[in-house]
Structures are given as structure tokens and as C-alpha cells.
Write a protein that binds this ligand. Structure first.
Ligand code: PEP
Ligand code: MN
Length: 356
């Protein structure tokens, strides 16, 4: 039996519970206006970051404590529940002081056992709801460990948030959801509600719909979505936030997002193609230098044995990557032909200039 995520059944199982709000609290006006519109759109529980752990120093790191005061005031006026990310024990103390209804551990914090332990100590004795995002690395034991540390400090209202993992493969999504592994984790923790955070998985609002649909197919208990009253000017995560009014379109509206997803895929392919052209130009510079070297050492441009051994290795590599060895062979024979023609042309030109 999945417990209600919040005291008083604010997010009961049944209807799809949604927590939404801006990535960061930026100003009193921004948080109030966003919360007011979220409320008009039927959202009862708001998320917003007062402290933002940024990858590189120098970026906007959140407004800090004052943000919680602004959010608390807006929550009291509008009758909304609110929560923020806590990255340090001090943040947890401040969140308790401003009577946050929930807090969450961000991906960078879940992966840091001593910090989780210290935060759990501060929260011990409160009945706060704590949501635990998956760590950045696909290490499910670390995720489990963070939950256990909270439980050992008597926290019982614990939920999970799948926000995707950094993986070497890269790809269209900002973070790989690793859906299957997530399902395993879910079934190992049947007593914990699990939300899906499509915003941090996709990194791109055009892809939200696809992620939400998959989360629903996989029976996630709710969604954790970034929403800002004016996403284009957001100080953090601008590309993935949506206006409050778009939340219901995302869930129930006619899907124009299929087209948007296609555009996003095409942009990605265009980028890969342009990288390929850049790599080809680097290759061409190298083969020109090789041509010059062969000429000074009186070697013929075509070295058949070298070509056949290259093709042999590239075919094997193609197999390892799961792409067609025939395609790779055809491609490299074309590339090689062009380099050879170029080397022969240059050699002829040099011979001409020798005679002049
Ligand atoms: C966030 O929710 O704004 C956030 C920083 O998320 P994550 O920890 O998933 O990167
Ligand atoms: Mn964010």
C-alpha cells in the first residue's frame, strides 16, 4: 500500500499527482506569479530551488534563504504546499524554519553519503516528506543507501524521483532514464512512491510529452515538472521549463509534441552530421600531409595492404557498435578514393613544378 505522499492526502494515489514549479526561485515577483498561475491550473504542490548546485562556479547559485521567505508568503496567501532542494544540513534547518511541506535531495546530494547523513540528522524528529532523486551516476545502491540513511533517522514519508542518469553514450536526452533499471528499483521498493521528473530527463520541453507517456505506461506514481511563468528568461534550465498552462496540455491535450520531438531529433542529427564534416576535414588535412611525406620518400600514393587492413578493422569496429559493416566499408572506400585522387593530383603538380 503506497502511503499518501503528504500529510492529509495532498498527493494521494489514484489521480496523477503533480508537483510543479520553477527550477529556481529568482525574485519575489517571479515566484509569486508562477505560483499564482500554477494554482489557477490546478496544481496544489509547488517545487522551487533556493540553492542551486551548479556544475561550474560563477553561475547563478540561487537566492538562498530569502527565496524561502518569498515562497512561504506566496504559499500562505495562495494556499499551496511548497518544497525545495536541500544540499547541506544548513539548508535543511532553514527549510524547517520556513515550514516547507517537503524537501528533496538533488541528484548531486544523493550521491554523497556523509552529506545525506548530516541532512537526515537535522530532519530527524520532523514528519517532513523527503523526496530522493536518483544520483547522477547509475549507481542504484547509492540511491538505496540515501533512502536507508533517512529511514534510520526516523523519516517515514519518503518518496523517490527518477530524473535520469549521466551516461557516456550521450544522446538526445539530457539524462538517460534507464527505464528498465528504474522498474527494478521500483519493484525492490514497493512501499515508496516514485515520481518521474521528465524535465531533467529530457532537458528539452519539446521532448517532455514522450517521457511523460513512458512514465505513465510504467505506472509512475506522479510527476515532478519544472514550470516557470516565463521560461525563456529563466536563470536556470530555461530550455526544459514550460508555462503553467502547458502542464495540462502536456497531459491531456492534442499532441503537437510528436512534431516537436521530430524537430529535436533532426537538430541532433544535423549536429552529428556537422561534427562528421569537421572530422572529415581533419582527416583530409592529415592525408594531405601523408601525401607530401610519401612524395618526398618516393612512395606510391596507393598502399593496398594498408587499405585492406584498415577496412578489416573498421568492419570489426562497426560490428561492435552494431552498425552495418558494409556501410562502413563503402564509406571508407569512398573517403579513401578521394584522398588518393587528391594525393595523386598533388604529386603530378609537384612533378610539373620540378620540370619548370
Ligand atoms: C532541480 O530539480 O532543479 C535539480 C537541480 O535537479 P537535479 O538534482 O535532478 O539535477
Ligand atoms: Mn532544474
Amino acid at each position: 500500500m503506497i502511503p499518501s505522499l503528504f500529510p492529509g492526502g495532498i498527493l494521494p494515489k489514484g489521480d496523477l499527482p503533480i508537483i510543479a514549479g520553477p527550477c529556481s526561485i529568482e525574485s519575489q515577483g517571479q515566484i509569486y506569479e508562477t505560483m499564482r498561475r500554477l494554482k489557477e491550473c490546478g496544481i496544489g504542490v509547488v517545487r522551487a530551488g533556493a540553492w542551486k548546485p551548479r556544475t561550474r562556479p560563477g553561475a547563478f547559485e540561487g537566492v538562498g534563504e530569502i527565496g524561502l521567505r518569498w515562497m512561504r508568503e506566496a504559499a500562505d496567501q495562495l494556499g499551496l504546499k511548497v518544497g525545495t532542494e536541500v544540499c547541506l544540513p544548513e539548508h535543511a534547518r532553514i527549510a524547517l524554519r520556513y515550514k516547507c511541506d517537503f524537501v528533496w535531495l538533488g541528484a548531486r546530494t544523493t550521491g554523497s553519503p556523509f552529506v545525506v547523513e548530516e541532512i537526515a540528522k537535522v530532519l530527524d524528529g520532523s514528519d517532513l516528506t523527503v523526496l530522493v532523486k536518483n544520483p547522477i551516476a547509475p549507481d542504484f545502491q547509492l540511491w538505496q543507501g540515501a533512502v536507508e540513511r533517512l529511514q534510520r533517522h526516523h523519516l517515514i514519508r519518503i518518496g523517490l524521483i527518477l530524473r535520469g542518469f549521466t551516461t557516456v553514450a550521450g544522446g538526445l536526452l539530457r539524462n538517460d532514464p534507464l527505464w528498465e533499471a528504474g522498474d527494478d528499483f521500483k519493484s525492490h521498493n514497493p512501499e515508496l512512491p516514485i515520481l518521474c521528473d521528465p524535465s531533467h530527463i529530457s532537458g528539452d520541453r519539446r521532448l517532455l510529452r514522450e517521457i511523460v507517456e513512458e512514465a505513465l505506461r510504467r505506472d509512475y506514481d506522479g510527476l515532478f515538472i519544472e514550470s516557470h511563468y516565463h521560461p525563456e528568461t529563466a536563470l536556470t534550465d530555461a530550455a526544459q521549463q514550460i508555462i503553467p498552462e502547458e502542464i495540462s496540455t502536456l497531459l491531456h491535450g492534442e499532441s503537437t509534441h510528436g512534431d516537436c520531438a521530430l524537430t529535436a531529433y533532426r537538430e541532433q542529427v544535423d549536429k552529428v552530421d556537422s561534427d562528421l564534416i569537421h572530422l572529415l576535414s581533419m582527416r583530409s588535412e592529415l592525408t594531405t600531409e601523408i601525401g607530401a611525406w610519401k612524395a618526398t620518400h618516393h612512395l606510391t600514393p596507393l598502399q593496398s595492404a594498408r587499405l585492406e587492413s584498415m577496412i578489416y578493422h573498421y568492419r570489426r569496429q562497426a560490428e561492435l557498435y552494431g552498425i552495418s559493416p558494409d556501410m562502413v566499408e563503402d564509406l571508407f572506400r569512398i573517403i579513401h578514393d578521394y584522398s588518393l585522387t587528391d594525393q595523386i593530383k598533388r604529386l603530378k603538380n609537384e612533378n610539373h613544378s620540378d620540370k619548370d
